[in-house]
Ligand binder design. Structure first.
Ligand SMILES: Cc1cc2nc3c(=O)[nH]c(=O)nc-3n(C[C@H](O)[C@H](O)[C@H](O)COP(=O)(O)OP(=O)(O)OC[C@H]3O[C@@H](n4cnc5c(N)ncnc54)[C@H](O)[C@@H]3O)c2cc1C
Length: 447
C-alpha cells in the first residue's frame, strides 16, 4: 500500500482521490489550505447572490470522504523535499509520501498597478475572495469597478448587479472577450452587458488605484484619465498557475508545473494536474495551460490510473467550454477562433430578436466540421463530440442537426436557415432529409 498525498482539493485533486480509491487500497491524504471539504469553484457566484449556501456547492456529502478512507487535512503546504519525499505543512507537521500529486489550481493575476494591494481590491478565485466580497458589500459599496473583460469579470458584474450595486467595467479590448469570441457573438455580449445597466467601458484600462486609510477610494482610467470614485475594485485580468511555493524545490516550472503526457513532473514520483499544469507537448491545436473545469477532471482520472500502476497518457478529447454571460448561456465545442481563418467557412445564424446564436465552422475544402459556438442555446455534448471526433462532413451535420438540439420547436426556426446559408455559399441544393425523431439520438451515439 503506497502513501499518496494530493495537494489541493479542487476538481482535479478530488477526482484523483476518488479514482485512486476506486482503483486501489492506497493510503490517500488530500490537503488544502482553502476549505476542508471540496466545493465547486464555479458556483461561488451563486453563494454571493443567495441562490445557494456553501453546503450546496460541496462536491460530495461530508461522509463520502470518511467512507472512502480519504484523509482530508485543511492546512497550507509550505515546502516539498523531493529527495526525502516529504512535505512540510504550515502547522509544522512533516509528512512522507511515496507518490505526490500537486493540484494547486490558479491564482488571480495582478500586474503591479499602484494601489493593487489596498483593502477592497481583489480577484475572485478562492473561497476567501468570496468572503472578502461579502464583507466589502456589508461595509457598503456605492460603486464597484471591475478591471478585465473575461468570464470571471462578467460573473463579478452579475454578482454586484444582483445587489443593485452600480458597476463600471474597464475592458482593454474593443469588444467584450474578443480575443476568444468572434465579432458577432462578442457584440451580442456587449449589448447584453449594457442592457443590464453595467457601465461598460471598452478600450479602457486601469492606470492606478487610489486609496484612503488603506482602503480603495477611486481608480484612474489610463486612456480618458477619468477618476472614478469606488469602494471596490475587482481585478479579473486572468489567472495563472498557483505554483510559487514549488519554486524552491527545483521541479521544472515554466508558467505552470511542466508535465509530460503522463502528467509526471521533472521530479520522480511527483505528478501535477489541473490548472497548475503546463503540458510540455499539448495535442495539436491545444494550449499548454487550459484552466478549465473539465480538463482538471480528466487529468484527475488519468493520473489516478498511472499512480495505481496503469500508466495512462492524458487525452483532453475535444475542446469544450461553457459559461454564462448574465442570462446568455455559452457553449463551445471544438475550434472556433475569434477571427475565422481563410481556410474555414463559418455558418452563423442569429435570432432576430432574442439573444440566441449558433455558429458552425467547417474546413472549406474538405467540408470537415471543426467547431460549434452556441449562445443562448444548448447542444447535446455527446452529439457534438461525436461529430467532431469522427470529423463529420458539414452536410452530414446539417442533415442530422436535430440530434444535437434539445428544443425541437425552436429548432424548426433555424434549421432551414443553415441549409440555405450552406447552399448559397457553396452553390448547392442540399435539402433537409425528413426530420429525425429525438429518440434516434441514442441510436446515433451508440451505433
Ligand atoms: C468564479 C469562477 C468561475 C469559473 N467558471 C468556470 C466555468 O464556468 N467553466 C469552467 O470550465 N471553468 C470555470 N472556472 C475555472 C475552474 O473553476 C477551474 O479551472 C478549476 O476549478 C480548477 O481546478 P483545480 O482542481 O485545478 O484547482 P482549484 O480548484 O484551484 O483547487 C486548488 C486548491 O489547492 C489549494 N492550494 C493551493 N496551494 C496550496 C498549498 N500550497 N497548500 C495547500 N493547498 C493549496 C487551493 O487553495 C485550492 O483549494 C471558474 C473559476 C472561477 C474562479
Amino acid at each position: 500500500m503506497a502513501k499518496i498525498i494530493i495537494i489541493g482539493n479542487g476538481i482535479a485533486g478530488s477526482t484523483a482521490a476518488r479514482y485512486i480509491r476506486k482503483n486501489s487500497d492506497h493510503d490517500i491524504t488530500m490537503i488544502s489550505a482553502e476549505t476542508l471539504y471540496p466545493f465547486s469553484r464555479t458556483a461561488l457566484m451563486y453563494i454571493y447572490m443567495g441562490h445557494m449556501k456553501f453546503e450546496h456547492t460541496k462536491l460530495y456529502e461530508d461522509w463520502f470522504w470518511t467512507k472512502n478512507r480519504i484523509n482530508l487535512i485543511k492546512e497550507w503546504v509550505k515546502n516539498i523535499n523531493t529527495q526525502q519525499k516529504t512535505i512540510y505543512l504550515g502547522n509544522g507537521d512533516i509528512m512522507e509520501y511515496d507518490k505526490l500529486i500537486i493540484a494547486t489550481g490558479s491564482k488571480s493575476n495582478k500586474f503591479g498597478w499602484p494601489g493593487q494591494d489596498l483593502s477592497g481590491v481583489q480577484g475572485l478565485y478562492h473561497f476567501q475572495d468570496l468572503e472578502n466580497m461579502k464583507a466589502a458589500t456589508r461595509r457598503g459599496i456605492h460603486k464597484a469597478v471591475i478591471v478585465g473583460g473575461g468570464l470571471i469579470g462578467i460573473e463579478m458584474a452579475e454578482m454586484f448587479h444582483s445587489r443593485h450595486i452600480p458597476v463600471t467595467m474597464l475592458v482593454r479590448e474593443k469588444s467584450f472577450w474578443d480575443v476568444v469570441l468572434p465579432p458577432e457573438e462578442s457584440t451580442m455580449i456587449n449589448r447584453h452587458i449594457l442592457a443590464h445597466g453595467i457601465d461598460l467601458r471598452l478600450q479602457e484600462e486601469l492606470s492606478e488605484i487610489k486609496g484612503e486609510d488603506g482602503k480603495v477610494s477611486s481608480v484612474i482610467c489610463k486612456n480618458s484619465g477619468e477618476e472614478i470614485p469606488c469602494e471596490f475594485v475587482g481585478l479579473t485580468v486572468g489567472v495563472s498557475p498557483n505554483v510559487d511555493f514549488v519554486k524552491p524545490t527545483g521541479i521544472n516550472i515554466n508558467r505552470g508545473l511542466v508535465v509530460d503526457e503522463y502528467l509526471q513532473t521533472s521530479a520522480e514520483d511527483v505528478f501535477a494536474i489541473g490548472d497548475c499544469v503546463e503540458l510540455s507537448r499539448p495535442n495539436p491545436g491545444r494550449r499548454p495551460i487550459e484552466a478549465v473545469w473539465y480538463t482538471g477532471r480528466i487529468m484527475g482520472k488519468t493520473v489516478a490510473q498511472t499512480v495505481c500502476g496503469q500508466p495512462t497518457k492524458y487525452d483532453p478529447g475535444i475542446w469544450f467550454n461553457s459559461a454564462k454571460f448574465f442570462d446568455i448561456e455559452y457553449q463551445v465545442y471544438g475550434d472556433i477562433p475569434a477571427k475565422t481563418p481563410d481556410y474555414i467557412t463559418s455558418l452563423y445564424w442569429q435570432h432576430p430578436t432574442e439573444n440566441k446564436a449558433i455558429r458552425i465552422n467547417y474546413e472549406t475544402t474538405s467540408g470537415i466540421v471543426t467547431g460549434f459556438n452556441l449562445m443562448g442555446i444548448r447542444y447535446r455534448h455527446a452529439v457534438c463530440e461525436k461529430w467532431l471526433e469522427e470529423k463529420s462532413h458539414i452536410e452530414t451535420v446539417l442533415n442530422t442537426l436535430s440530434l444535437a438540439n434539445f428544443d425541437p420547436e425552436f429548432f424548426n426556426a433555424y434549421e432551414s436557415s443553415f441549409v440555405e446559408m450552406y447552399n448559397q455559399k457553396n452553390g448547392k441544393s442540399l435539402k433537409l432529409s425528413s426530420k429525425r425523431k429525438l429518440s434516434l439520438v441514442e441510436q446515433f451515439l451508440f451505433g
